[in-house]
Design a protein around this ligand. Structure first.
Ligand code: FAD
Length: 490
């Protein structure tokens, strides 16, 4: 009745379903590993569950990535991935019944909608007599295991990371090897869907730039990590703020889709502290991974962080409604070159450098005074690494409304930021080519250039490149006044 990948495999065990979700890899995959240890055939399963995800369904860029990543995983599995689309709580019991499975294994996810859904599924399957096991495949430190001495959750990153994680009682597990030649099965009498049939790719082929930039899948992730270990990490502490230098790992989409685990990343960089004396760089890099952990931690303990201000006084913030300004920000037409370069990098490649994410986000919520929800939604749709935890927490951090937030009155000046972190203008010139001919001293603020300099560079403000969408000084003062209005005078 079943199709086995290993002819003649004999086992008394009923099949195990391994339900892949945000863990699209075979190495260091605890659920996959445990299923192979259990013995018996394995049915690898993926369900696209937009129904339960609702507003949190993947955005357009993420869907492109998912398409490619599922194909890569299916390739690794020799075409055995059983693909379905629909409500997982509805489909899983039916797949269990049709396959004769005795066990269902998965790695835990931490988005509130998934926690709710998985709890229901677990109870249902257990009632039906199934063995149900879940594992930690995607975080170094599980949110429920870390607390302050008084048992309450941390709200501030540094004590969370230093005391709760690095010096805490529960340390990350070892990396698991990729199991060799597991016995796979197909669903009897039901081929499921092809990855193409999920319809993840958009009708219009707008993703050429994204395609040129990335190689989704476990192998692509490993390549990216190896290249970073070879070339990027030396100098990371200083270089990570420079969008013009290749010092960041660009592992975020691979981590988001679980094509590589943080355990594998940690294991690859830890020895470099000793072998190449890169202690400072390794510490700085691990603490960035720590921010990913912290984002999940906050999401787990404050699930409403995706839409509600963590600091409730921001509910009274007088956000402005200016669709024209929002549109210029989205299209990279604000007239501030570092902001425009970031927004265009995002549109073209599905990625934006972290320093520039902070600058563009600050510009939107402070200079343009648009609600952080608008920025969060745009990033969610256009980032290949769009991640409910990191995106919500980072937007609240920039807006000043989050847990361990940048103070609202710290408003990034895009000209100073551009000059400091893109000193030769390489990053701006790459993404805003229409002003590439300007001399360095005017590149980050073209409106300050004398007319003859603009003419020599072929720039006509308001025509070939926009003038500034707002005045920096006035918009800063406006934002500070709005912030002040939140705190009643004493
Ligand atoms: P590296 O510097 O190489 O860092 C290694 C890894 O650490 C990253 O891959 C990422 O998983 C994690 N990391 C690094 N910085 C952060 C951070 N500040 N917060 C959380 N994790 C971090 N990151 C996402 O993965 N998805 C998002 O949707 C997302 N939205 C963001 C929105 C805003 C407004 C801002 C300011 C930041 C956002 N970030 C998000 C965080 C950060 O910008 C990216 O994780 C980082 O730029 C990814 O590039 P990298 O892999 O080269 O990072």
């Amino acid at each position: 009745m079943f199709t086995w990948s290993i002819p003649g495999l004999v086992s008394s065990e009923r099949p195990t379903i391994v339900w892949f979700r945000q863990d699209l890899r075979l190495a260091d995959n605890p659920a996959w590993h445990a299923a192979t240890m259990r013995g018996g055939p394995i049915l690898p399963l993926y369900i696209l569950d937009d129904g339960n995800a609702g507003a949190h369904r993947p955005g357009a860029a993420s869907r492109w990535w998912l398409h490619r990543s599922l194909n890569a995983l299916n390739g690794e599995l020799g075409g055995f991935l059983h693909v379905r689309c629909g409500h997982a709580d509805d489909l899983l019991p039916r797949i269990v019944a049709a396959s004769g499975a005795g066990a269902v294994y998965w790695n835990r996810c931490y988005e509130p909608w998934r926690i709710r859904r998985d709890k229901g599924i677990r109870e249902h399957l257990k009632r039906d007599g199934l063995q149900v096991r879940s594992f930690n495949g995607s975080l170094l430190y599980e949110p429920a295991a870390i607390a302050k001495d008084d048992g309450s959750p941390y709200r501030v990153f540094t004590p969370y990371w230093r005391n709760g994680c690095l010096a805490g009682p529960v340390q990350p597990r070892d990396v698991l090897p990729r199991p060799e030649k597991p016995g796979l099965m197909r669903m009897p009498g039901d081929a499921g869907l092809t990855v193409d049939a999920l319809g993840l790719l958009p009708g219009i082929h707008w993703y050429k730039g994204i395609e040129a930039e990335w190689r989704p899948g476990e192998r692509g992730a490993r390549q990216r990590l190896d290249a970073f270990v070879e070339q990027g990490i030396a100098g990371y502490r200083q270089g990570r703020d420079r969008p013009d230098l290749p010092h960041v790992s660009r592992l975020s989409p691979h981590l988001h889709f679980g094509e590589i685990s943080p355990h594998q990343v940690r294991e690859a960089v830890l020895p470099l502290a000793e072998t190449r004396q890169l202690d400072d760089d390794v510490d700085a890099f691990l603490s960035e991974l720590g921010w990913r952990e912290f984002s999940y931690y906050l999401l787990y303990h404050w699930p409403a962080i995706t839409h509600e201000n963590l600091q409730r006084k921001f509910d009274r913030f007088p956000w402005r409604d200016d669709p024209g300004a929002l549109d210029r920000w989205q299209r990279g037409q604000t007239g501030y070159p570092i902001v425009d370069a970031g927004m265009r990098e995002l549109w073209r490649t599905g990625y934006m450098h972290n320093r520039v994410r902070m600058v563009t986000a600050s510009f939107l919520v402070k200079n343009l005074m648009q609600h952080w929800h608008h920025g969060e939604a745009w990033f969610r749709d256009t980032l290949v690494d769009a991640d409910l935890a990191s995106n919500s927490v980072s937007w609240q951090w920039v807006a000043g409304s989050g847990a361990d937030a940048a103070p609202y009155f710290r408003i990034f000046n895009p000209v100073t930021q551009g000059t400091k972190f893109d000193p030769a203008g390489d990053y701006v010139r790459q993404y805003v080519p229409e002003i590439a001919g300007l001399p360095d001293r005017y590149l980050q603020a073209p409106w300050t250039a004398p007319p003859d300099v603009l003419a020599a560079a072929g720039v006509t403000l308001g025509d070939t490149y926009p003038g500034p969408v707002v005045d920096l000084k006035a918009s800063r003062a406006r934002a500070l006044a709005a912030f002040k209005s939140l705190t009643p005078a004493v």
